[in-house]
Design a protein around this ligand. Structure first.
Ligand code: 13P
Ligand code: SF4
Length: 301
């Protein structure tokens, strides 16, 4: 492993590259990354990258977001098959037909979506800023795609708008059940349950906190509690433990794993830098349209 890490560092210098990694990546990938974050932070930080090459250790929509925000740079995704099944659940045609049905509605697209879908929407959001994004809109009707669960979560905070949800979901979070929460609470009484808003509404109802991956880490840091039940992908444990060495984390359920996030390995990162692959290529038209939706999101404070 040490040899691989040394080679990655050498190539990173040679290529003038920066490595971005999501909290769900393998521990060794998070450790070699220059920036580890949730989707919002990765998008924000991708905007100020000075390097020539961005290696995205995450899933394809994250690499596409980095490319849309940095069209002049080379953006690499070490494993092209690292996709997000939820992102694949919505198409540009779905958005066009929803718009025809609801012509006065604003279309809000979770960043877990393709560049082509981002190009069709009015504004993007992440799980960190979704409530603020929707609040910032003057429209009274909101088409929220693709995550029905995040959409439901956002609608809890906003009473003066009508929501039209798409039926997408994250296969990793959607299968969490209330029984999982009750079982974890019985095993760890009095311990707060922290979940991602991609979990079903009934699970959010039974949790003490719902938030993005960065929100969950922040909650654990600020809380006086020493133990936490974690209801999101288990890769987050690495950053949780690193940032809170004296606290204890218990998974809400076994095998809480996004297989796509785990496709990126040290070997694939090295190959990616050596061979300069796989490059994210998007048409100028898609970049221009999708960047408008992302820029609108990033302007929401
Ligand atoms: P975060 O933006 O909370 O990191 O979520 C990304 C993701 O894919 C969750 O499944
Ligand atoms: Fe997509 Fe779910 Fe994996 Fe996140 S955890 S990348 S939403 S499949």
């Amino acid at each position: 492993m040490e040899e691989l890490i040394t080679k990655i560092k050498e190539y990173k210098k040679k290529r003038n590259a920066v490595i971005l990694a999501h909290f769900y990546e393998l521990p060794e990938i998070q450790d070699i990354a220059d920036i580890v974050g949730d989707s919002l932070e990765l998008s924000q930080r991708a905007c100020d990258v000075k390097a020539d090459v961005i290696v995205t250790c995450g899933v394809r929509f994250m690499a596409e977001t980095a490319k849309i925000l940095n069209p002049q740079k080379t953006v690499l995704l070490p494993v092209m098959e690292a996709g997000c099944p939820m992102a694949d659940m919505v198409t540009p045609d779905d958005i066009r037909s929803l718009r025809r049905e609801h012509p006065d509605a604003a279309v809000v697209t979770y960043v877990n979506s393709s560049a082509e879908v981002k190009a069709e929407c009015d504004i993007c959001c992440t799980s960190s800023n979704a409530v603020k994004v929707v609040e910032s809109l003057s429209e009274k009707e909101i088409i929220f795609v693709p995550d029905q669960n995040l959409g439901n979560y956002v609608s809890r905070f906003i009473s003066n708008k009508k929501f039209i949800f798409h039926n997408g979901y994250c296969p990793v979070h959607h299968c969490v059940t209330v029984e999982d929460v009750l079982r974890a609470r019985a095993a760890h009484p009095e311990v707060p349950v922290l979940v991602h808003p991609e979990c079903p509404p009934s699970v959010v109802d039974h949790a003490d906190f719902a938030g993005s991956t960065a929100g969950i880490i922040q909650y654990a840091k600020n809380s006086a509690s020493t133990d936490f039940i974690i209801g999101t992908e288990e890769g987050i444990l690495h950053s949780l433990k690193k940032q809170n060495p004296d606290k204890h984390f218990h998974m809400l359920r076994d095998r809480f794993i996004c297989a796509n996030m785990k496709k990126i390995t040290l070997e694939s990162v090295l190959h990616s830098l050596e061979r300069m692959e796989h490059r994210i290529e998007l048409s100028d038209e898609i970049i221009q349209k999708a960047s408008t939706s992302l820029a609108r999101m990033l302007a929401v404070k």
